[in-house]
Design a binder for this molecule. Structure first.
Ligand code: SAM
Length: 228
């Protein structure tokens, strides 16, 4: 899979792309991540990509031209899935991440200031929000999407990790986990986990996952029942 990010702040991605699973997935050739500074596609001599809003008001608006020109510079731009990051988009969730992990080429466009000139919508396929709050820019949302999507691409996670048991993957929250020591300040690990009986352990985990979903996120259980 290939992921391209359009941003005005490419430096924000440097450490992120060189860390943990994202770094490993790139090194393994599972994903290629390219970051493009769309300021380079400004046509004026000061490389200005924003301007004041028609109709007045505070704040600057990102012009349509540098975004369009940056998109045109990307190999395979026509067939790629082009996603505008915006608090007004559909809310990102695990189901969307699973869908995106099957894309061949995902382009994420990160805004700043007051957002984009409305005409940018002519060149994108969808609009995506990471939640009902407003951030300064689309860089954190882009990293959220890249992280959630990359870990779902086959081969991105090592043998010891898995996403199938993660919260939300099958509509339930993850089951409780324990590691050494066996006892801490009187709190013990449930005996079943030391029983060596894999069937019993699996049964206990399923029950606990269901129980904690019911307690913490009853809305997920309801949704799961509706889909059954
Ligand atoms: N004026 C815009 C509005 O109210 O819809 C908000 C602009 S915001 C300050 C600047 C940029 O940050 C947006 O263009 C978008 O790319 C990004 N952004 C902010 N919050 C976001 C969110 N919740 N999800 C995705 N992107 C977000």
């Amino acid at each position: 899979m290939k992921i391209t990010v359009l941003t005005l702040f490419p430096e924000i991605f440097a450490n992120f792309l060189q860390t943990s699973i994202i770094k490993r997935a790139q090194n393994a050739g599972v994903v290629t991540i390219e970051v493009i500074d769309f300021r380079e596609y400004a046509t004026n001599k000061h490389k200005q990509v924003d301007d004041s809003a028609y109709g007045g008001g505070p704040g600057m608006v990102i012009s349509v031209e540098p975004i369009h020109r940056a998109l045109l510079s990307i190999d395979g731009f026509e067939s790629a899935n082009k996603v505008l990051l915006s608090p007004q988009g559909e809310t990102f969730d695990q189901a969307t991440a699973i869908k995106m992990a099957s894309y061949e080429h995902l382009i994420l466009i990160a805004g700043h200031y007051e957002g984009f000139d409305e005409r940018v919508y002519a060149f994108v396929d969808s609009e995506l929000s990471i939640g009902d709050y407003v951030l300064t820019g689309g860089e954190l949302p882009a990293m959220v999407v890249i992280d959630a999507v990359t870990r779902l691409i086959p081969g991105a996670l090592g043998k010891v990790e898995s996403f199938e048991q993660d919260s939300f993957y099958n509509g339930l929250l993850d089951f409780p986990q324990y590691t050494r020591p066996y006892e801490y300040l009187g709190m013990k690990v449930p005996d079943v986990l030391l029983s060596g009986n894999h069937q019993e352990i699996e049964k206990w985990r399923q029950e606990e996952a269901r129980k904690r979903t019911k307690n913490k996120r009853p809305d997920l259980l309801k949704k799961r029942q509706q889909n059954d």
